[in-house]
Design a protein around this ligand. Structure first.
Ligand code: FAD
Length: 485
């Protein structure tokens, strides 16, 4: 084993490893850590032991696509898992694939699409690693139909800081299987993951855009079409008020059979999925800067107004859209985050049971508008419950909202988020570690409840008795009990 400053594998001692600034995807949290980039499970084990021996804690990190501090560990060690990025086995007959945890969603679709397979669950970006997706049990626009990533993991190899090498599946070490998936990297490291992919026949989806006038229409549409849609996602205008509160545009996607879309079969060739150099006639590189020009309250009011009425005035018949364009459009706008510089932004995404979601979303929007801090973009999705211990998913809805962070609004924004937490918790809701920047220990406790948290802590006592694994998120929300609690 060797290490260089440019490519640190595992030189010892840990304290001599290079340091780097790590941030969350929203740029609003940032810290400096030492880092190592192991290439194998043995190297991960070695680095982990070495860190423990020297008294450092360790955070696992994939592509760093979590918005807040879930993959950060200031002053200690970050293990960058992207060094383990090999596909270990691929069977185009069954759609089963074995990967190292640093393989990305993009790696998956580029390899498997031409054989007629697509990852059953993808987030809104293709850059996350499979390890990061498993640790967060991520969701796509089809959670109501196919569940989260964990529902498509068949088995995995797992290494705990205590040095146990475990095979996890629904039948082997099933308690760890159901807790490590959704366990935000606090029980150990996925070192191999076997996934079942989804069979598809066309490189395109049939997509419909449906304008909806308010939350009543949003929720009615989701409930009516949840059983006959493959994907449902809604853009929401968070600025509209009164009878238009919650208005927006739903996108409904359905898989196509080869017989319905013979031309779409050619789009199973991965290079045909890539988006052109322009979006709506604007060079991709300029779209982020253009968005920046509208990134203030009145500008975004105009953008939301225009988008909504364009949808109302020109209702479109279903059209065909490539999978990559449907799922990952933002990845082709490389500079969109710069619209939020210099303070960055946070994403707030609560998950609320279907019975209480409409009222809770209404209360949240009214609160935002009363405080004068509104999200410029809202996204609603529908979920089903799952069996993962600390999963965010439930039989209900989420709404994702982006809030710019500035030096002057930071304290006010956090205060408002804590008020939103109260609304979410009173409605029986949960939160999402991958998107969170504001949760407090009392919120974490109430969202998942003592029983689930105690079960998780019991597994953590076995997997990591010396508390080697640590992230800034886990410390902030109090995943480990403090004395007396
Ligand atoms: C533009 C954008 C859109 C997004 N859209 C969605 C969406 O639609 N749905 C959704 O669910 N999420 C979405 N996300 C969030 C993203 O999918 C998650 O944050 C995901 O976990 C990121 O994976 P990563 O590889 O970047 O992991 P990181 O962010 O680096 O880490 C995430 C967690 O995984 C742990 N971890 C990493 N590797 C391992 C490993 N090998 N073993 C054990 N633990 C590990 C880390 O400790 C950390 O707790 C989006 C993010 C962005 C930036």
């Amino acid at each position: 084993m060797s290490g260089t400053l440019a490519d640190p594998i595992a030189p010892t001692p840990i304290v001599q490893l290079p340091r780097r600034v790590f941030d969350g995807f929203g740029f609003s949290s940032r810290s400096v850590s030492m880092f190592a980039c192991p290439r194998s499970a043995d190297e991960v084990e070695h680095v982990m032991k070495q860190a423990a021996a020297e008294g450092f804690t360790v955070a696992l990190r994939g592509s760093g696509r979590s918005y807040g501090d879930a993959a950060m560990n200031g002053g200690n060690l970050v293990i960058d898992m992207t060094g383990m990025r090999r596909v270990l086995a691929w069977d185009p007959a069954t759609g089963l694939i074995d990967v190292e945890p640093g393989v990305t969603i993009e790696d998956l679709w580029r390899l498997c699409l031409r054989d007629g397979w697509w990852p059953a669950v993808v987030p809104g970006t293709m850059f996350p690693t499979i390890g990061g997706c498993a640790a967060m049990n991520i969701h796509g626009k089809n959670h109501f139909a196919l569940g989260g990533t964990g529902d498509h993991i068949v088995e995995c190899d797992f290494l705990t800081p205590a040095g146990e090498h475990l095979l996890l599946s629904r039948t082997e070490n099933s308690d760890f299987f159901h807790a490590a998936i959704s366990g935000f990297g606090m029980l150990g490291t996925f070192t191999r993951i076997r996934l079942q992919l989804k069979r598809i026949e066309s490189g395109r989806l049939s997509v419909e855009q449906i304008p909806v006038r308010n939350f009543d229409e949003q929720f009615a549409y989701f409930e009516e079409h949840r059983t006959d849609s493959d994907y449902l996602v809604s853009w929401v205008d968070c600025i509209a008020s009164g009878s238009g509160l919650g208005r927006g545009q739903i996108h409904r996607g359905k898989y196509l059979h080869a017989s319905d879309d013979p031309e779409g079969v050619a789009l199973l060739e991965p290079s045909k999925q890539d988006l052109p150099g322009t979006i709506l006639g604007v060079p991709r590189g300029l779209v982020g800067s253009l968005l920046g020009l509208f990134n203030f309250n009145l500008g975004m009011k105009l953008v939301n107004f225009g988008k909504y009425y364009a949808g109302v005035l020109s209702p479109r018949a279903p059209y065909k859209q490539a999978h990559v364009a449907f799922h990952f459009l933002l990845d082709y706008v490389p500079t969109w985050r710069s619209a939020y510089q210099p303070g960055g932004f946070i994403q707030y995404q609560p998950f609320i049971p279907k019975e209480t979601a409409k009222q809770a979303f209404t209360d949240i929007f009214r609160l935002n508008q009363a405080r004068g801090i509104v999200s410029y973009l809202g996204v609603i999705k529908r979920y089903r419950p799952d069996n993962f211990l600390l999963s965010h998913a439930l039989d209900g809805y989420s709404i994702a909202m982006d809030f710019p962070v500035t030096a002057s609004n930071r304290a006010e924004l956090w205060k408002m988020c804590h008020e939103m937490n109260e609304i979410v918790l009173a409605a029986g809701g949960r939160f999402y570690p991958a998107k969170d920047s504001v949760l407090r220990p009392q919120d974490f406790q109430r969202a998942w409840g003592q029983q689930r948290i105690s079960a998780f802590r019991a597994l953590r006592n076995r997997a990591d008795p010396n508390r080697v694994l640590r992230t800034e998120w886990a410390t902030r929300v109090g995943v480990d009990p403090t004395e007396g609690s």
